[in-house]
Design a protein around this ligand. Structure first.
Ligand code: UGA
Length: 447
């Protein structure tokens, strides 16, 4: 059970959109003591949610949703206008996907703003939580067409897999508004604990803080993956390199893990959108453009590494892939590097057998998905670890070796123990670490 922490005063809040952000925010605000109505245009989703069934995998959220439904502090509905009529604060938690031209598609935000504008009560505050380009706050204000309501920006920084923790214990709460009083009213919703972490600013700055943060993190990861490539060609070990880098307090240890490339529903679309914004303003953001291109090349390099560990020829090989989501702790496969690698292997003629704890057995995009990590590896010529699910670390390597046709692992997350793998007779390759093979085998395969 989670502690119910009533805020100074309970407010009526509408949260429009029940995705990862809207759902986690609704659960968190209810937990903090508010009366929350969360809406979604999908009736099916709302019906499920009202019964406490979650359409997403996100640790702790189902538990809080159930608790708050039972306490009567959270409900789900499909009528945005009605929810807006009842609320003092309306959060817009709507998708802003990448449009065909790379810009953020703001049509959901615009449509909902037009829908709720006439229904808002005087004095209400509409808060944009979705990641939106600089200037969107103005668009929302214009679309609402109401002089008697306030507009604010309060970007969300939660990451999937740790959404509830990030929402309840954020590093910072950013609120942009045209006056400090409006910004403080929004900040007060998060309770007294928020005040030490508050950044009050104007709306464009709040909007840009979100893009700047995501783009900075994406560039950082591309830098690490590039260092990993240098490690592979020089015999250095990326684990030591990032440990050394991260010990500098100005750099810090977080977000320095090499991998198969960054993905997910946020970094790819947000980096593209920021590049478009910069371009339209005549500003140079070639650094981020380069990172986007380098990230795609890095994932391609991982596919080439797979080819190298299966004797240069992927076609006709049976390859096991562990993990299809874009990272562990989520069922989200949007822009997943693991899935992209698996797809490319299928396109190259491999027979790909996958396992992911969040994906039921069956056929997914040309891959045969199995119900266990071991069954996916039966008769496999190589195993690719694509996502860092904790359960992969506890797989019995002796059992794994016995079912595989060849004992070869490419661990794109560096999560398995290379020494243990080698003692079970595996050739083990990771990202940015020296390839290791049992003494009697030829470890000279260049991967
Ligand atoms: C990201 C940001 O981290 C959140 O702060 C932000 O709120 C969110 O986007 C958003 O805009 O909504 P998320 O996409 O859930 O969160 O995932 P991250 O944990 O940031 O991971 C992004 C990608 O980087 C994944 O592919 C992950 O595997 C990769 N990654 C992350 C690494 O390869 N190495 C790392 O050390 C960290």
């Amino acid at each position: 059970m989670f502690d119910i922490r009533p805020t100074v005063s309970s407010r009526r809040i509408a949260v429009i959109g029940s995705g990862y952000v809207g759902l986690t925010l609704s659960a968190s605000l209810a937990l903090l003591g508010h009366e929350v109505e969360c809406t979604d245009h999908s009736l099916e989703r709302i019906t499920q949610l009202a019964q406490g069934q979650l359409p997403i995998v996100e640790e702790g959220v189902a538990e809080v949703v159930g608790q708050m439904l039972a306490a009567g502090r959270l409900r789900f509905a499909s009528d945005n206008g009605l929810a807006a009529e009842r609320a003092d604060f309306v959060f817009l938690c709507l998708p802003t996907p990448m449009g065909a031209d790379g810009w953020a598609d703001l049509s959901f935000v615009q449509k909902v703003a037009a829908e709720i504008g006439p229904r808002l009560r005087p004095g209400a505050t509409v808060i944009t939580k979705s990641t939106v380009p600089v200037g969107t706050g103005e668009m929302v204000r214009d679309t609402l067409a109401r002089d008697d309501v306030q507009v604010a920006s309060n970007p969300e920084f939660l990451a999937e897999g740790s959404a509830l923790r990030d929402c309840l214990h954020p590093d910072r709460i950013v609120v942009g508004a045209s006056s400090e009083a409006v910004a403080r009213n929004v900040a007060d919703l998060y309770g007294p604990f928020a005040h030490s972490r508050l950044i009050l600013t104007d709306i464009p700055s709040a909007e840009l803080i979100k893009y700047a943060s995501n783009a900075y993190l994406a560039v950082r990861l591309t830098f690490v993956n590039s260092m990993a490539e240098i490690c592979e060609t020089t015999g250095a070990d990326i684990r030591s390199v990032v440990a050394g880098m991260g010990s500098d307090h100005r750099i810090g240890k977080a977000f320095l893990r090499p991998g198969p490339g960054w993905g997910g529903s946020c970094f790819p679309k947000d980096t593209e959108a920021l590049v478009r914004t910069a371009g339209s303003l005549g500003c140079d953001l070639s650094l981020v453009e380069t990172a986007i291109a380098a990230n795609a090349r890095h994932t391609q390099r991982v596919v080439n590494k797979v080819a190298a560990i299966v004797d240069g020829q992927v076609a006709g090989k049976r390859i096991a892939v562990w993990g299809l989501t874009f990272k562990a702790g989520t069922d989200d496969r949007r822009q997943s590097p693991a899935l992209e690698i698996a797809r490319q292997l299928v396109a190259l003629g491999a027979s790909v057998h996958a396992y992911d704890p969040t994906v039921p057995a069956g056929i997914v995009q040309g891959l045969e998905v199995h119900s266990s990590a071991i069954s996916a590896c039966r008769d496999a010529d190589a195993l690719i670890v694509g996502t860092e699910w904790a359960e992969f670390r506890s797989v019995d390597l002796a059992v794994l070796g016995a079912v595989m046709s060849r004992r070869v692992i490419l661990d794109t997350r560096n999560v398995l123990d290379p020494g243990a793998a080698v003692s079970e007779g595996f050739t083990y390759a990771g990202i940015g670490i020296p390839t290791q093979a049992p003494a009697e085998q030829d470890a000279g395969v260049a991967v």
